[in-house]
Design a protein around this ligand. Sequence first.
Ligand SMILES: [Zn+2]
Length: 471
Amino acid sequence: MSSESDKVLGWIDESRGELARLSDEIWRLAEVGLKEFMSAKLQEEFLAGQGFAVTSGVAGMPTAFVASWGCGRPVLAFLGEYDALPRLSQDAVPERRPLVAGAPGHGCGHNLLGMAAVAAAAALKAGLEAAGLSGTVRYYGCPAEETAGGKVYMVKHGLFEDVDAALTWHPGALNAVGMKSCLATNNVKFVFHGRTAHAAGDPHHGRSALDGVELMNVGANYLREHIIEKARLHYVITDGGGEPNVVPARAEVWYYLRAPEREQVEEIYAWLLDIAEGAALMTGTRVEVDLLGGLHNIMPNKTLAALAHAKMVEVGPNAYDEAELEFGRRIQAGLPAGQREAGLRAMRMPAEMFAQVIHAGVMPFSEDETPFPASTDVGDVSWVCPTVSMGAATGPLGQPGHSWQVVAAAGSGIGHKGMLLAAKVMALTGLELALRPEVVAAAKEEWAKRREGRPYRSPLPEGVDSPKEQL
Ligand SMILES: [Zn+2]
């Protein structure tokens, strides 16, 4: 290994205590999207202390920030998140025990996600500085990944315009870098407005907004037969009126619509808008459409993914002590029979690995671009600059997503180990890009070829530059 990479890895190893402490503090704060004030501040202060120039409150979001160091090319962006999920408060123990009943928890491990990206940026800065190399290292503090999709606003504000490559990761069950994409999505509320009346006395004077919602949902459920198999349509009724003897004047239904490609989302969305209009027409009500946001699918980049995979193999997987394995076994024992195996099969994990408690290998590189059945605002970044995202094991195999089990592991030593692994892989990948401009050029060429004829259009409605709170 070169002396620069020794410096990068050395910085992470020396800082491990401080990184784990900050991750745990953000884990304990568990602030939900757009309210991550303390979490963002902790990262801002840490990076300022490392010599980064911090710009707070970017892209119309008080909890979004960019921390930058260095100058010139390449411009490398490390993407971090720090939002928690509602009602998942959980202690770092392998059985259900909320820290604060009903409070949020880091059910997607974003405390680890953010701190690994912070660490990668700071470690790369240390490596470049020691070697006297040029380059711009940035950390993007991206709020509300789970709700508003903060990165879509950061993209709309042009914050990635000069970026040569973006690097990120996600906590999970596997150490893996591949070419998998995810689903593009629209997040939209339909508010029906009718006219109230006494439901027994003079219902003929009323126009039920709830009827509008129900008929829209019936229409949407019939739509399902005529959409592509990989599309997803899900809704919840967020306002169904007050009480049965009052014809509801207002009702609201919240939809997520997903598909492998952005164009497919837009096509199905146009049909859904017609269905909403039709339901309003049938019920004599009026419908207001509130498009809360939309996301692109991830555009994979083989040049960057292959490089990151090589770095992950170089760093190697973590080893776990008996206490950590016991923690994992107890989480697994609490899962419904067959769930773990079904999850592992879905991840295409070879059957001989099913017996592992925590992934202790690195998945082979795969060019399979089949989308994960989930969505992320990293997608929009990948459409404006070459982007790589990787996974590192931060919990036991089989742990369900967005769960108290994830919160437990994300606050434990298992989570810390995965965070450090991700930080090392991202930092070494960044270092290689700084040392070899021809790899950056190849990544950009591949990206331009993939995007040809498909310019990026923000999924946000025109004039919308900052998100609304959604939780
Ligand atoms: Zn997540």
